[in-house]
Design a binder for this molecule. Structure first.
Ligand SMILES: Cc1ncc(COP(=O)(O)O)c(C=O)c1O
Length: 374
């Protein structure tokens, strides 16, 4: 494995230091919850700190499976965050030279782990000008007889675009015909504006779904994610990989996660209401913006605006002014191997005041740097 630190992690808000940031518009989750938000229902004091079930707490896996008709608890493997599920999936499936088709831009790990393995990576290049749309015919054209995996994310990070069901089904049909697998990173699934797609793994044993509690519930501090596959043999390989790294997950984290999911019916509507309000604020601000354009997101809590070429903004100066003079950060395009004219705008993490101040800071930094590009 050839590990390389990813800019999105090395330059992340937590590494920069939360205390140095006034307006944090770089996050991809809703506002972080506190332990008190979930712990009321969790009997932590009585918890025996033994090794847990290697797949994860059975009741937690049942709660996850309940969201996916046709999926049973044993099809679910709990992992320390979706990121670990992605790592275990890629390392279980890919060997050096194996071929993968992966959408770009993407969450960095979905690109970097196949690279670190030494896989041969073909990019399905998504573009602003095409509305970040996924075209199954383009995927088909990129696939080779060595293609083991096609990798998509919906709702998409960093653009907030979503797949529709016919497109997802077309890609599933494609991988089934070609004897490959499909990874659908569904980490933002519950935050889809028009209502979520089915858990993709419920549609075919050739699909692995990955998700987590980090983004929708603002719980990245308990490291709880999961992989779902109805392919029993592949599920056993994933478990073998997990056991080599972890044996089992943290029972403390899993117990808190179960308490959170048991609150889902009351908690999720209020989270979605806050996302709606934050999106409305952001969409109003973007509407007819002098210096910015975007493809309006359809899910998640991020968008990927682009600084208009006609504004001739010196982008390095823009990010510099934004942070140094306004204490505000966004996710610059290079985090996603994209031009720095794009940036990821996380509108769901800051509260209403911080969001409003952060958007005003972006306006001020754009005004100060427009017309300065050489
Ligand atoms: C698409 C996507 N997948 C996975 C992750 C990893 O999240 P976690 O490991 O906290 O569940 C992220 C985090 O940004 C993400 O955006």
């Amino acid at each position: 494995m050839r590990y390389r630190r990813m800019p999105i992690e090395a330059e992340s808000p937590e590494q920069l230091g939360y205390g140095r940031i006034r307006c944090n518009l770089a996050e991809s989750s809703v506002t972080d919850a506190s332990l008190a938000d979930v712990v009321i229902a969790a009997d932590l004091g009585g918890l025996v700190l033994q090794y847990g079930d290697h797949l994860g707490l059975p009741e937690l896996r049942e709660a996850i499976a309940a969201d996916a008709p046709g999926v049973v608890a044993d099809d679910v493997m709990v992992t320390p965050g979706a990121v670990a599920a992605l790592f275990l999936l890629h390392t279980s499936l890919l060997e050096p030279g194996d071929h993968i088709v992966v959408a770009r831009p993407n969450y960095a790990t979905n690109v970097e782990t196949p690279r670190a393995i030494g896989a041969s990576v073909s990019f399905l290049e998504l573009s602003h000008d095409e509305g970040w749309a996924v075209d199954p015919d383009r995927i088909a054209a990129l696939m080779t007889p060595r293609t083991k995996l096609v990798s998509l994310t919906t709702p998409h990070n960093p653009t907030g675009s979503t797949l529709d069901l016919p497109t997802l089904q077309a890609v599933i049909d494609l991988v089934e015909r070609r004897g490959a697998r499909l990874l659908v990173d569904e980490t933002y699934r519950e935050m889809t504006f028009d209502g979520p797609l089915p858990v993709a793994a419920s549609l075919s044993p050739s699909v692995v779904s990955v998700s987590s509690l980090s983004k929708t519930y603002g719980l990245p501090g308990i490291r709880i994610g999961w992989a779902v596959t109805r392919d029993v043999e592949f599920g056993a390989r994933l478990l073998a990989a997990k056991e080599q790294v972890l044996i089992s997950g943290s029972l403390v984290d899993e117990t808190i996660a179960l308490a959170a999911l048991r609150r889902r019916a009351v908690w999720l509507p209020s989270i979605l209401g806050r996302i709606d309000a934050a999106f409305a604020t952001t969409a109003r601000w973007m509407d007819g913006h002098e210096h910015l354009e975007w493809v309006a997101p359809r899910g998640g809590v991020v968008g990927f605006p682009r600084i208009r070429a006609s504004s001739r903004v010196d982008v390095d100066a823009f990010y510099n002014v934004l942070f140094e003079e306004h204490g505000t950060i966004v996710g610059p395009g290079h985090w996603f191997e994209q031009p720095r004219e794009h940036f990821r705008l996380g509108y769901g993490w800051p509260g209403p005041d911080e969001l409003r101040d952060g958007l005003a800071a972006i306006d001020a930094a754009l005004a100060a740097t427009a017309g300065t590009a050489r």
